[in-house]
Design a protein around this ligand. Structure first.
Ligand code: NHV
Length: 844
């Protein structure tokens, strides 16, 4: 029996998560199993032993049946009389994947159809005191969308969708889960984000938008807009108090008394922060954040409180026509910023398994590599709140794609309304983040329409309709949503904007995906010539290291084209291209493990060549984002960090190429042009640049040095060397130029060898690397030394995910180098297994 409290005062908001007691079942079967929420059906099946490890061997093919079935989830939860005394009870789903029919106590309350939106439902009328039942049926996206596919009479381009019937385009569901050229196909379903039940009195805050109106050294003027919903009309007022605070200290405040007379009310409150501290991107200073808190109270107590962490900064995307075409760069706090970073893909094929710790670690990896930008690429998801919080906290700007990639999409009314809902939801969710730099409609769809031969593949009506749909979604719908909800943020309908790597003259216009290296088989040196205004994608594949390969393959599979390796190489031309490029610059090892190692060196050095060319060419080129930062399962791919968090050579090389101050040597056969490049905001005075012609034992034959000032936020030629005066060409194989940059306090800013020939032509010496280990709890310190130069030294351990302070570097003759390995699996009393690889050890 329900008790009704009479004349009660309003109560503070109560929020409970509904993550307990869930069970799942295949629809039509009697057996129910324990489920985890948030989660996916694949994770649940795995935990119950009903699926083999999808990442192992060729198991991908044994899990495909899951997508064709419907899956049911259910739980029960208790509600008290006190809960029911609240004015409102709301059920909040942050994400349902994807076609979900939700029933509460047998009553149908929601038919969800978009993984990318959250749902809030007013449920008080269906709740009862005691036990309540929540049931969700996830209908197979294959079955749901097959109908549309059959009706359409043609198949959309969607080449990355690894099933004969291309259905992914009909579902508003992460495109990569249908397969990608680095992705396992796992068409998931489930309650993939948190579920809450919220009880509130009088008032709810649907949204709090903190808009920056003005930012100068003197003050920041903010306008905060709260969308309030009245849950019960009353004549007594509600008091709104808005504060901004920095490290716990209130720096601005405003108050308002609100009288509710309608269902909803938009409350606008200004805040003026004196002498604001700016949010700065990584490398330029602190990403300072203020806390803006809205507190709503009645005469007696606080009803609810909601906080946003905001950063005060300006970000302008500058696109100006000039003689070369059109620029594209980010001006942050009024200063042109060279963007350094990578393209981010979802961190897992089973997204809910990504823990906070994994997200944190990824952002450490990004920050440590001197990056200041990530592009959240359009074939994945709009990321979790935590992701953007971490971007804010670490000073990493985010280029945010809407989730459309590499294919055209339908544009019927139903589809468009789902897209609108998703755009509104996510723009409102993300717009308060200082890290959010821009919106982009899609990945490579216009490029596809123009260059990927779709015109010839479809009838003229089909093709014209695809173009109509393109304009509707990317040139009308999405920009109108951005203009309405996030008017201060830049929007562009696609990436790349215009530049196409197959068409050199277009490269002068805005951002470019340069796949001339890799697909176009162009040399890494072509990066010196093919310089765009902003490189938003360029990449080269490599295998993950052996300890990652061992997680999915056995010794018998260790062959490039074995069935298991091929199941983990989704690019049909991948192995061939890796070998072709390796042949150009390296001695290609016969041994599989050596091939894997040299492949990583190849990718790292080749990609670094591009990053340096892009930085050198500033301000013409103002950004470089490598493809791709991470992996969603253990696989051969373009990534710099593998699924288990191990950095490939690429990520170490990116860290070097992206250091605030670098030296970049450009060789024209018999001359060196030595550049200094700095992203620092101060001039660096009293710097010494030293160039030493050295042999592999460390003997110096020639040297030159120069004192200089490195200009702020710029690149320039610091020195040139006429090699004909230094050595004959015959000696190129036996010498290198050691490049050192010392600051005024004689600290090393940069120190690395420049080789005069490709690695395969060098007479590298055979050597033995001495290694001393000092082990402590969680940490192992290595001291490495060799009498002669060691090139591309790679230290590996069996410890999955161990972190290395450095790796894939050249050990200079006679110099000791300290490398620290950290992992919770390292224990003071146990020595660890180490393997040392280097280039000279891969051939006789
Ligand atoms: O193939 C690697 C990556 C993809 O994973 C991802 O979709 O947006 N890649 C390649 C290209 N774009 C992307 C460009 N691809 C081509 C363009 C034109 C001809 C051939 C390939 C990413």
């Amino acid at each position: 029996m329900m008790t009704v409290m009479v004349g009660k005062g309003a109560m503070p908001e109560k929020r409970v998560t509904l993550h307990e007691g869930w069970q799942f079942s295949q629809v039509g079967r009697p057996d129910w199993h324990t489920a985890t929420v948030p989660g996916t059906v694949h994770q649940d099946l795995l935990r119950c032993g009903l699926l083999p490890d999808p990442f192992f061997g060729v198991n991908e093919k044994y899990i495909q049946w899951v997508e064709d079935r419907d899956w049911a989830y259910r739980t029960t939860f208790g509600v008290t009389a006190g809960d029911l005394a609240y004015d409102a009870a709301e059920l909040e789903f942050e994400g349902l994947d994807t076609y979900a029919d939700v029933k509460l106590n047998g009553e149908s309350i929601l038919q969800a159809d978009n993984m990318f939106v959250g749902y809030r439902l007013s449920v008080k009328k269906w709740l009862r005191e005691g036990e309540n039942t929540l049931e969700i049926t996830f209908r197979s996206p294959i079955k749901v969308n097959m109908k549309q596919y059959k009706e359409a009479g043609f198949s959309y381009p969607a080449d990355n969708d690894h099933r004969e019937e291309k259905l992914s385009i009909y579902a508003r569901k992460a495109p990569y889960s249908f397969g990608w050229d680095w992705g396992i196909r796992m068409v998931t379903c489930g309650i993939w984000r948190p579920v809450h039940l919220c009880f509130r009195d009088r008032v709810a805050v649907d949204d709090l938008y903190v808009q920056q109106k003005e930012l100068t050294d003197e003050q920041a003027v903010l306008n905060c807009r709260a969308d309030l919903r009245c849950l019960k009309s009353s004549t007594s007022p509600i008091y709104a108090r808005l504060t901004a605070s920095l490290k716990g200290e209130t720096v601005a405040e405003s108050r308002r008394e609100v009288h509710f007379m309608w269902d909803s009310l938009r409350l606008e409150l200004p805040l003026t922060i004196p002498h604001p501290r700016r949010w700065m991107p990584n490398g330029w200073g602190e990403p300072t954040r203020y806390e803006v808190t809205l507190t709503l109270s009645d005469d007696e107590q606080v009803l609810l409180r909601t906080t946003r962490r905001v950063g005060l900064r300006t970000v302008k995307v500058v696109t100006e026509k000039d003689d070369n075409g059109e620029s594209f760069y980010f001006e942050v706090n009024g200063i042109p910023m060279f963007a350094k970073g990578a393209n981010y893909i979802p961190m897992d094929a089973m997204l809910p398994s990504v823990t906070e710790e994994r997200y944190r670690r990824l952002f450490e990896d990004v920050k440590e590599a001197n990056m200041n930008m990530l592009r959240v690429w359009g074939g994945g998801t709009y990321e979790s709140d935590l992701f953007y919080d971490l971007a804010d906290e670490n000073g990493i700007l985010v280029w945010q794609d809407f989730m459309f990639a590499c294919t055209t999409y339908p544009h019927d009314e139903n589809f468009l309304s789902r897209v609108r809902a998703e755009a509104e939801y996510n723009v409102r969710r993300l717009r308060n983040h200082p890290s959010l730099a821009m919106w982009c409609g899609n990945n490579e769809i216009e490029e596809g329409i123009k260059y990927w031969g779709w015109k010839g593949k479809y009838t003229s009506t089909e093709f014209e309709q695809m173009k109509v749909g393109y304009d509707k979604i990317f040139k009308e719908l999405l920009p109108s949503v951005v203009a309405e909800y996030d008017p201060d943020r830049f929007y562009v309908h696609t990436s790349p904007y215009y530049a196409n790597w197959g068409c050199a003259w277009t490269m002068g216009v805005r951002d470019c995906h340069n796949w001339g290296v890799w697909y176009g088989r162009k040399t890494f040196e072509s990066f010196d010539e093919d310089v765009p205004r902003f490189m938003s994608e360029f990449g080269f594949q490599s295998f993950p290291e052996m300890k990652t390969i061992r997680t999915f393959a056995e010794e018998k599979d260790f062959e490039l084209e074995s069935e298991v390796m091929n199941a983990h190489q989704k690019s049909s031309i991948g192995n061939d291209l890796i070998r072709k490029y390796m042949e150009r610059d390296y001695r290609v090892p016969d041994d599989f493990k050596d091939f894997v190692y040299v492949g990583s060196v190849l990718q790292g050095r080749g990609m670094r060549h591009g990053m340096e060319a892009h930085r050198r060419n500033r301000p013409y080129c103002m950004g470089t984002l490598y493809w791709q930062l991470n992996d969603s399962w253990p696989v051969v791919s373009w990534s710099g960090i593998d699924y288990y968090g191990n950095w490939k050579a690429l990520h170490y090389q990116a860290r070097r190429a992206f250091a605030p101050v670098i030296v970049d040597v450009v060789q024209q056969d018999r001359a060196l042009e030595v550049w200094t490049i700095s992203d620092r905001l101060d001039d660096i005075k009293g710097v010494e640049l030293r160039l030493q012609l050295t042999d592999y034992e460390g003997n110096v034959y020639k040297q030159t040095s120069k004192k200089l000032t490195i200009g702020a936020n710029a690149s320039s030629v610091a020195a040139t060397v006429d090699l004909t005066k230094w050595l004959s060409k015959k000696k190129y194989a036996d010498r290198y130029v050691l490049v050192t940059l010392l600051d005024a306090e004689r600290r090393v800013l940069f120190r690395e060898p420049h080789y005069l020939l490709p690695a395969k032509h060098l007479n590298l010496p055979k050597t033995y690397v001495e290694v001393a280990q000092q082990i402590g709890e969680g940490r192992c310190e290595l001291r490495l030394r060799s009498d002669v130069l060691v090139r591309d030294l790679f230290i590996s351990t069996d410890i999955q995910g161990a972190r290395f302070s450095d790796n894939f570097f050249d050990l200079l003759p006679g110099e000791e180098r300290v490398v620290v390995i950290t992992s919770p699996e390292i224990h003071a009393d146990e020595s660890i297994n180490l393997q040392i690889s280097h280039l000279r050890a891969t051939y006789e």
